[in-house]
Design a protein around this ligand. Structure first.
Ligand SMILES: [Zn+2]
Length: 236
């Protein structure tokens, strides 16, 4: 049997949404677990984009920098992406239209997928979570996030599709980040229109859920799950 394809997730979305923003795993350690993925940085200072084994940070001030191995993350999900399905998108489509097409290739709705889309986008609408102090309410911060739209950009969307039953551990549905080929624009994808491109859907056989076991704040956090579910649906 082939090696199972492992989605590695550090910490949970619920913990992040509860205000546990302090980084506790290094980028160096994270990149040993995957070459494609998403996340955020210490103090939720922007969006983490992992593409082809490199990590980039898209900040609220619209800057993008490559992240060094010693930088800490509070939350991330990465996988050694292996395309199971590759198709050409030759005609213009909205994100909803493309996602409907992508989902025709899924074997049911109960497995995670990795997603990689390289192409030209006639419209790309992203946001970046702004840096915040630990303990601040994620849902409050999320209502005041910088958003940007760029026209005719070429780049790559990377991310994860999560089955409904794992909502809370991660966010159900698509969690996608974008970065242009020249690394000048990117962030957390809100919506887009693809002009043309190549879509890769990767299989995931296994979830490796790692916890911040030395983080006292995580260990003893009292999570209000009903409120969390509401906050996640509002902000993601
Ligand atoms: Zn994101």
């Amino acid at each position: 049997m082939a090696e199972p394809i492992k989605l590695f997730q550090y910490n949970t979305l619920s913990a992040l949404m509860s205000g546990l923003f302090e980084g506790s795993m290094t980028i160096g350690e994270l990149l040993e677990q995957g070459d494609l993925g998403i996340g955020t940085l210490d103090a939720i200072d922007g969006e983490l984009i992992v593409l082809d084994g490199k990590a980039y940070q898209a900040r609220g001030d619209k800057t993008i920098t490559e992240v060094g191995p010693d930088v800490q993350v509070p939350y991330a999900a990465v996988v050694f992406h292996q395309a199971e399905v590759i198709f050409r998108q030759r005609y213009e489509a909205t994100n909803e239209e493309l996602q409907t097409r992508i989902e025709t290739y899924y074997d049911g709705a109960n497995l995670f997928r990795s997603i990689k889309i390289h192409g030209t986008f006639s419209n790309m609408h992203v946001r970046m979570i702004p840096k915040a102090k630990a303990g601040a309410k994620f849902a409050d911060i999320a209502t005041n996030q910088p958003e940007y739209t760029e026209k005719d950009v070429t780049g790559t969307i990377v991310g994860i599709w999560t089955p409904e039953m794992f909502h809370g551990v991660s966010v159900a549905g698509y969690h996608l980040h974008f970065i242009t080929d020249d690394h000048t624009f990117g962030g957390h994808v809100l919506d887009y229109v693809i002009k043309e491109g190549t879509v890769e859907v990767g299989a995931v056989d296994q979830l490796d859920q790692r916890f911040p076991v030395q983080d006292r704040k995580y260990l003893f956090a009292k999570l209000n799950l009903d409120e969390l579910k509401e906050d996640i649906s509002k902000s993601e």
